[in-house]
Design a binder for this molecule. Sequence first.
Ligand code: TA6
Length: 305
Amino acid sequence: MPVQQTNGRVILTHPKGASAEILLYGATVISWKSGSKANSTPVERLFVSSKAALDGSKPVRGGIPVVFPNFGAPTHPEHAKLSQHGFARSAVWNFDSVVMDNEAGVSVRLTLTPTPDIMVKYLRPFHLAYVVTLAEHQLSTDLHVKNTSQTTSTPPDALEFQALLHTYIRAPANDVLIFPLQGKKYYDKTEPTEQARNQPKEETRAGVDVKAFTDSVYEDVAGKYEVTWPGGSIEVKAKNFKDVVVWNPSAEAGSKLADMEDGGWERFVCVEPGYVRGFARVNPGETWVGQQVLTVLHEERAQGQ
Ligand code: TA6
């Protein structure tokens, strides 16, 4: 059964053993097991803290939370009443349809439109669709943002937003390197003062590590990154997400997160494609699409291989 729905979750299974599990709460992918290249056992590729709330009581600590319409604390006047990272990751989405179901893969579409809970804090009309596609060694997640405003004003009544896929990649954080970000401008959110946090730096490292507390917002990057560690690597490809955030709280910040399992920061790196510097704009009737494609490139060889 390639697509199953059960108690607020959508489960995708691929004929060659891969699987994905999505909570309707936040449209949060909480598991992606890719077909293994080293042996026949599917391998979990995402990190979800064992202390994460999966009952809809708070955003999931792990998986792929959907961040919309604001990244971080709100800065746009229309987002003033919204919490950190916006409402999409804590709203219950609707299971809309099975988009594809064949040998190549399985794909489902979830949607979110303004609910009473959203409308008390966000007045804009919008329609979100999130298409999750599972292939044997790949997971795609596409966020469609439609401005459903009926106004015909000049200039057009644009919907201004930020969007990001907050992907927790399961990996040995101390051994991870992320390429290519060398020469890219970034903002270091671990700096102690607001002024320093807003001062751009240039990435000098060929491979970015997260051995220390890391919270870096890279602006205008190529949209294709490799997350590597001894014996494994995952490619992150992004379209329309012009920026990327690299985050690992290390013990310094991770130990302060109530829903972070002990030492959890040692087992993931967040590589988060987003549109977070400035605001994306979409005019009435138009749709903006941001895409992330995660591909397993290679992995530990099974013993003796
Ligand atoms: O994406 C990095 C970041 O913005 C960090 O600053 C940290 O706050 C992280 O997101 C987690 O945010 P959350 O609201 O899920 O605790």
